[in-house]
Write a protein that binds this ligand. Structure first.
Ligand SMILES: C[S@@+](CC[C@H](N)C(=O)[O-])C[C@H]1O[C@@H](n2cnc3c(N)ncnc32)[C@H](O)[C@@H]1O
Length: 417
């Protein structure tokens, strides 16, 4: 159970916000608590937590679920748009970044606050004005905005407070840079791929026991679920490719490396150096540790298997860990004896009306084949069209609501005896 109690020594700790795909907040909170962080608070689409700066960097480097990790710069309440300016100008921005650095602001409104404020761009603009005016008054010039590749990326998050004309407002500084879900092993795009952190969340939601259970993705597409499962099995940090490139090639992928806070604090830099060294050694060692185990990827489309092969190569995981096969999942036999987990993310049907009939048949035949040929497996289907479950004549033993972007999805579980 997570302890939400405050204690006086923790009051000094900074607050961070880790964002994630909706539906995965509790898994993310568990990951954060595994870093001995006890002060956490669940939000829609993420988790607020208090911790040392170094522990927050640990979350950034080791969370399989987080999309980004942000440091909280300010929190206040507003009633009107102009309150953002009045509060924004009180923040000491010159301590947070330099006039030569570019910045951008994204605004995120929850449902009730978007009814009230409508235009998030205007809110970003108001905060931007307060920053520009403060720099001008202190430094006689202002930093430039770059909406594409800014050095400093700010998030303005506004949430309605129950039954009042007041809105909780947070300003966060993104520590991540590119999204943490971009692990770096996917170079060629294949149709409807899952984001890597959503794929990791799906694997973590299955009851897969990596030490003694087979893992199969029966419609593997570009292989995201397979590669995330392998990283979990091998206890390899999700940011391992970035950690290896940082250590061996001095490539600096994370935004915090350019922030005044990091650059001005030798203690944080030393702690980060130790942390990176630890994670680098773990990554390098564990990448070659896999023994006698296989993960199976099936797909009907040879192009999908080609891209999976390419992604496995990019991932630097041992090729011998995977076995790929071109086969129709509605006829496939289980590639190894159970117990095991067979997961799949069937096509969504881009052109819904045309494809619905085909998908109904696919789900039905897939369910029939599971019954016949996959004894001792736990089967999972991740779908953006939950109604298609009706075409499977197996009893659902668990259903989990998750979001793929804005699409409400379900992960269904079936026990096969
Ligand atoms: C939505 S994509 C899977 C995406 C994958 N999870 C990823 O992250 O890349 C669906 C995949 O199902 C495959 N597929 C469709 N019908 C199939 C069938 N009968 N048997 C096996 N694979 C099938 C498609 O070729 C496609 O690669």
């Amino acid at each position: 159970m997570i302890d939400h109690k405050k204690n006086s020594s923790k009051k000094e700790l900074p607050t961070f916000f880790a964002s994630c795909p909706r539906g995965l907040e509790e898994l993310l909170e568990k990951e954060i608590c595994n870093q001995s962080i006890t002060d956490t608070y669940l939000k829609n689409g993420g988790v607020l937590f208090k911790s040392s700066y170094t522990k927050a960097l640990r979350v950034l480097l080791t969370s399989r679920i987080a999309s980004r990790v942000h440091e909280q710069i300010a929190q206040f309440t507003i009633q009107k748009e102009k309150d953002i300016y009045l509060q924004g100008i009180k923040i000491n921005w010159t301590k947070i970044f330099k006039v030569e650095q570019t910045f951008k602001i994204n605004t995120l409104l929850d449902r009730d606050s978007s009814d009230r404020f409508k235009n998030s761009l205007i809110l970003s603009q108001i905060l931007k004005d307060s920053i520009a005016d403060q720099f001008r008054s202190l430094k006689f010039e202002r930093p430039n905005v770059d909406t594409k590749k800014a050095d400093i990326s700010l998030l303005l998050r506004i949430e309605a407070v129950n039954h009042q004309d007041e809105f909780s407002t947070y300003i966060f500084l993104d520590l991540s840079g590119e999204p943490l879900s971009n692990r770096g092993y996917r170079k060629t795009r294949f149709e409807a791929p899952l984001r890597e952190n959503l794929a990791a969340g799906i694997v973590m939601h299955t009851d897969w026991q990596p030490e003694n259970e087979t893992f199969v993705d029966s419609m593997c597409g570009s292989g995201t679920l397979l590669i995330e499962a392998a990283l979990i099995k091998g206890d390899i940090p999700p940011s391992y490719l970035k950690i290896i490139n940082y250590t061996e090639k001095k490539i600096k992928p994370w935004a915090f490396l350019y922030h005044s806070k990091f650059l001005g604090d030798l203690r944080i830099q030393t702690e980060f150096k130790n942390l990176i060294h630890l994670l680098y050694t773990q990554s390098r060692n564990n990448l070659v540790k896999f023994k006698n185990t296989k993960l199976y990827g099936l797909d009907i489309d040879p192009r999908a298997l080609e891209i999976t092969r390419e992604n496995i190569l990019n991932s630097r995981l041992p090729e011998s860990l995977f076995e790929l096969k071109k086969i129709d999942a509605t006829m496939a036999l289980s590639p190894a004896d159970g117990p095991g987990v067979v997961v799949c993310n069937p096509p969504y049907g881009e052109r819904m009306n045309e494809d619905l009939e085909h998908l109904q048949t696919l789900y039905h035949e897939y369910g029939e084949n599971l019954k016949k040929n996959w004894k001792n497996y736990k089967a999972y289907i991740f779908t953006g069209i939950p109604e298609l479950r009706k075409n499977i004549s197996l009893q659902t033993s668990k259903r989990i609501q998750l979001y793929n972007g804005n699409i409400e999805c379900r992960l269904f579980r079936y026990n096969l005896f």
